[in-house]
Write a protein that binds this ligand. Structure first.
Ligand code: UGB
Length: 597
């Protein structure tokens, strides 16, 4: 009590709140005033931060925790009373008429969009020391994920504005960071001039961790190494909703005419292949919520999009996380649980956590919840009495749980696309990836990069070019398809229509080839490539690439992930290129040019 004199008025109120919430243990060990006073003040600074960063403050956090911990102790399943069934949604076929028209609708609408990247996770499963968005998306050009995302947004902005004649809209791009990723993300942006984006377009929102819980009474845990500090852990990617809401950004976007908010994760190098058509689906179907999905292999570590019907008649279409889908199915008359159907895939589409929300209804919903979304708790108990935890726990939330609180009138849909086109995350370290059951995706740096080449090769094939079949090679214990290393800048091939206009059917690329297309007005017409070719051009140049290009090219050398003489990025990829011979051409002057060796 005497320590209260050290505190400001607001801090005294926080202390009272903590006492009312049964948190007296946090300061019962405090010595008399005069000892550790600075530490006591900084304790309350931290309490203030924890209080202001949670919707409804720490008192709400503690109340929510008490309820969720009691439910967990009672063994209550959040899906009790719900029966799962396979929902219906849009299933797109790459390259058909419907796909092309949805892409066109999406590009048109992009000028009304805002993008949000959740990049606060450390990526423990990948075991990479740096931030994941700084990893190369592919090592042919070495461009990192963040550069690719920014260039893709800028390409969409440009294409969308062109349709309007002259327009000067800048698509906003928000990035959610955390203490683990914030400084490195800002540094990556600043040291690369924001990869060509205007700095004012980029908004950084840092998520805070939440207080750890020591027991079933939701008593907050003190840091084992510092008795004047509350232990904290990440709350999860669901924080993005409260941050967007409390920062006022959503209202600002609405006032500047934005209509859609597109959320995405840190390491999916194929994602922007899916954005134009998925946004087209949102627009044409009028979806308030549109989740992107891919066919899912049973037990794959991605959630399943599921229709849940409650005994009382309520229904919702929601992601059921992979560890909960199997028990839910078993408990509701599916003895095989999470199993593949005769198609070889789970009947539940796999959530890839790319969400498109319609801004108006999104704001209205968050006003009701003050940005809070459904949470869960996952304590590890010491024994079956469930009275004590092995280590402290905390509440968690996931961004895809946003639709859980929506009224039944909300239009919640999803869009399924081919995995090869839309989804290749980099999440697993080489050892874990090598242990993935045969037939399931590795989700490693190796598979993530190879997926880029496969997608680009298949897109060019669909455009009519002859692309050789892949070789099968093993890197870091993972057997992967190695397609020709074809990459292009987003401005060159934003949509399939763009690619079709720039690639003529009389072109061919051999398996051992490398093709880098870097410039907007490059047309591949009658090219026969067997080696490495890099074409760079300025916008004002119109370049036709034709004729037979043959050279020794680039060879691929396997690198063992344990080989510490190599850079960490190279080790997790499991290979590196040796640039033996290549043809690189740079068109810097306006006008028509022809590369015809
Ligand atoms: N992230 C944050 O920004 N903050 C956090 O506190 C935590 C994460 P993970 P996860 O891709 O297919 C999700 O760890 O959560 C960011 C879906 O839940 O890579 O295990 C982090 O930086 C799952 O349904 O994935 O699984 C990253 O960008 C499925 O869709 C993102 O959140 C799966 O992703 C995801 O974090 C998937």
């Amino acid at each position: 009590r005497r320590n209260l004199r050290l505190l400001s008025h607001d801090q005294v109120e926080l202390a009272k709140m903590l006492l009312n919430q049964g948190q007296g243990h946090l300061f019962e060990h405090w010595p008399e005033p005069g000892v550790d006073d600075d530490k006591k003040k900084s304790f309350f600074d931290q309490v203030g931060r924890l209080n202001s960063s949670y919707p409804g403050g720490l008192a709400s956090y503690i109340q929510n925790a008490k309820k969720l911990l009691a439910d967990s102790k009672a063994g209550q399943n959040p899906y009790d009373g719900f029966t799962p069934s396979v929902p219906s949604g849009e299933v797109l076929t790459f390259g058909d008429e419907n796909f092309l028209s949805l892409e066109a609708a999406g590009v048109k609408e992009a000028r009304n969009a805002a993008f949000v990247l959740v990049a606060g996770g450390l990526g423990e499963r990948l075991g990479y020391k740096g931030i994941k968005v700084a990893l190369p998306r592919e090592t042919t050009t070495g461009k990192c994920f963040l550069q690719h995302y920014i260039e893709s947004i800028l390409a969409l902005q440009e294409a969308s504005c062109k349709l309007e004649g002259e327009c000067h809209i800048k698509i906003p791009f928000a990035i959610m960071t955390s203490d683990d990723t914030n400084a490195l993300t800002i540094n990556l942006l600043e040291s690369n001039s924001y990869f060509g984006m205007e700095p004012s377009q980029v908004i950084i929102l840092k998520q805070e961790k939440v207080a750890c819980l020591a027991d079933n009474d939701a008593r907050l845990a003190l840091d084992p190494n510092d008795k004047y500090k509350i232990q904290t852990k990440p709350h999860g990617h669901g924080d993005v909703h409260s941050l967007l809401y409390s920062s006022g950004l959503l209202e600002q976007w609405k006032s500047t005419g934005r209509k859609w908010v597109l959320f995405f994760q840190d390491t999916n190098g194929l994602l922007f292949n899916a954005i134009p058509s998925a946004l087209g689906v949102s627009v044409t179907k009028g979806y308030n919520v549109n989740s992107l999905a891919v066919p899912r292999k049973a037990k794959e570590a991605i959630g399943g999009i599921t229709k849940l019907t409650h005994d009382d008649g309520r229904t919702m279409v929601i992601n059921v996380e992979y560890n909960q889908l199997d028990p839910l199915l078993r408990a509701t008359g599916h003895p095989d649980g999470d199993a593949n159907s005769e198609t070889g895939y789970s009947p539940y589409p796999g959530n890839i956590n790319q969400l498109i929300l319609e801004l108006g209804p999104y704001i209205e919903e968050l006003k009701k919840t003050h940005g809070a979304i459904s949470e869960f708790v996952n304590p590890k108990y010491t024994d079956s009495t469930k009275t004590a935890f092995k280590s402290s726990t905390r509440l968690e939330c996931m961004m895809q749980d946003y639709p859980k609180t929506l009224p039944p009138t909300a239009k919640v849909g999803f869009t399924v696309m081919d995995t090869w086109l839309a989804y290749a995350p980099v999440k697993n370290n080489p050892e874990d990836a090598a242990k993935v059951p045969k037939g399931n995706p590795f989700h490693s740096a190796t598979s993530g990069e190879m997926a880029i080449y496969r997608a680009n090769s298949l897109i060019l094939r669909k455009a009519g070019a002859q692309i050789s079949d892949p070789a099968i090679t093993t890197f870091n214990g993972q057997e992967v398809e190695v397609w020709p290393r074809i990459t292009w800048s987003p401005r060159w091939g934003l949509t399939f229509k763009d690619v079709k206009q720039k690639v003529h059917g009389n072109s061919s690329v051999s398996q051992r080839s490398v093709l880098v297309i870097n410039g907007q007005n490059i047309v591949i017409d009658g090219l026969s490539l067997d080696g490495a070719l890099i074409v760079n051009s300025v916008d004002e140049a119109e370049v036709k690439v034709t004729g037979h290009v043959e050279n020794k090219g680039w060879t691929i050398r396997p690198v063992d992930h344990k080989d510490t003489s190599e850079k960490e990025e190279t080790r997790i990829h499991g290979f590196k290129f040796e640039k033996v011979e290549q043809l690189e051409v740079n068109y810097t002057e306006p006008g028509k040019h022809c590369l015809s060796p």
